[in-house]
Ligand binder design. Structure first.
Ligand SMILES: [Zn+2]
Length: 242
């Protein structure tokens, strides 16, 4: 198992016989094995989670499939590709909130994909592949803000925990979860609850706007989580385990 931190919420997960690329918008994608299928997930259309440049990867890696949240505008891209003689639409799966789909790779290989409703826009993804689960939150987070009304923050809590409840007790091999320093004193609440609710082995904080020190600060407050919270230090950093 190998995870490369691309940048912000962008990660490349290498699971031996497939790649999963999440929320790419900038940074360097390492050279990939063209024989291995590549699954590119987009949680929503915001500029820090989606860059249409991802579709160009299809040229280099013909075994690419795109899994896109419903809000991602893709019609114009499909039309552009038709004029280039490429059937992009055959490589796209669109997901709405609270959906479940299987992508079949071969007779006994499939990826099961479940979505959750983000508390911002789009979806979070839970994948099951070969007996292991992987989770990418997108912008599903406990977005509490000191400057917001009580009503807003209360509503946020209700919606966040409604989704988290569906993940309760789940064994997750690797999870990618927001830890956003802009939330100041409320920044830890979402990821801390996620850790409490799930049995995640490797938690990768994300969406921290290059402010890596927030991971260190988080672990100062929760030293018992050092084993499973990954201390990301730079773009392109690689994490491997068995
Ligand atoms: Zn975002």
């Amino acid at each position: 198992m190998k995870v490369t931190y691309i940048g912000h919420s962008g990660f490349l997960l290498d699971v031996e016989d497939a790649y999963f690329l999440f929320d790419y918008y900038e940074g360097e994608i390492p050279c990939l094995n063209t024989e291995k299928p590549l699954f590119i997930f987009v949680s929503h259309k915001h500029g820090d989670h989606y860059n249409p440049v991802i579709f160009e990867l299809l040229q280099k890696y013909p075994k690419t499939q795109f899994i896109l949240s419903k809000d991602v505008p893709v019609k114009w891209k499909i039309e552009e590709y038709i004029s280039r003689g490429i059937a992009l639409e055959k490589h796209i799966t669109v997901m709405r909130k609270w959906e479940e789909k299987d992508i079949v790779l071969s007779e006994n290989r499939k990826i099961n994909i479940k979505t959750f409703r983000s508390t911002d826009m789009g979806v979070a993804y839970l994948l099951s592949y070969k007996g292991k689960c992987y989770y990418h939150a997108g912008d599903l987070n406990l977005w509490l803000w000191a400057g917001e009304t009580k009503h807003y923050n209360d509503n946020m809590r209700v919606n966040y925990f409604k989704e988290l409840e569906k993940l309760r007790g789940l064994e997750i091999e690797a999870a990618f979860v927001p830890l956003d320093p802009r939330q100041e004193e409320d920044a830890f609440a979402g990821i801390a609850s996620f850790m409490e609710y799930t049995k995640t082995k490797h938690i990768f904080p994300m969406h921290f706007w290059n402010r890596y020190e927030i991971i260190r600060k988080f672990l100062e407050k929760y030293p018992e989580e050092k084993e499973r919270v990954i201390q990301i230090e730079k773009q392109g950093q690689v994490f491997e385990w068995n």
